[in-house]
Design a protein. Sequence first.
Length: 181
Amino acid sequence: MIGYVVVPGIDGSDAAHWQSRWEQGWGERAVRIEPASWSVPELDDWVAAVERAADLLAPRVDGIVLVAHSLGCWAVAEWLAATAHRPLGALLVAPPDPSGAAFRSVVTAGFLEVTARPLPVATVLVASSDDPYCGVEAARELGRQWGSTVEVIAAGGHLNSASGLGDWPRGKESLARLTVR
């Protein structure tokens, strides 16, 4: 049985967000990270929160998949570089471009120092053609540096609650492709 570590972005994911809806459907097979602050993110704290969630979930499941959105993608990437866990993979949705002005206006120093490097597990990066936090070319470059399969969705915004995705069936298809590898 696969378990899921849910890693939202800044301010967490509200009840209408696809991550929250998926998490609710997974029940006991899902654990959401619990950083000290959702609104003032500290990289070390978020990475430690991913580790705690993985430690909590691992004994209950046969394998873990991380499901990250926005800034949570960077927490997952940094965690993968530091952990002894070897999850089955990670779905990285709408990662922000760390060289972009929007990124620099909302994160703290730890996140400002992130650098994309090859990830040790299978990953799928899902980007939107009109994401205000990451252009398509920047998303493709992140995917190349991480070693991710990149999927671009037309006009999905930041792929969050404001995008009106509901249960986001297209995202579930991306997750299914990742988990069958």
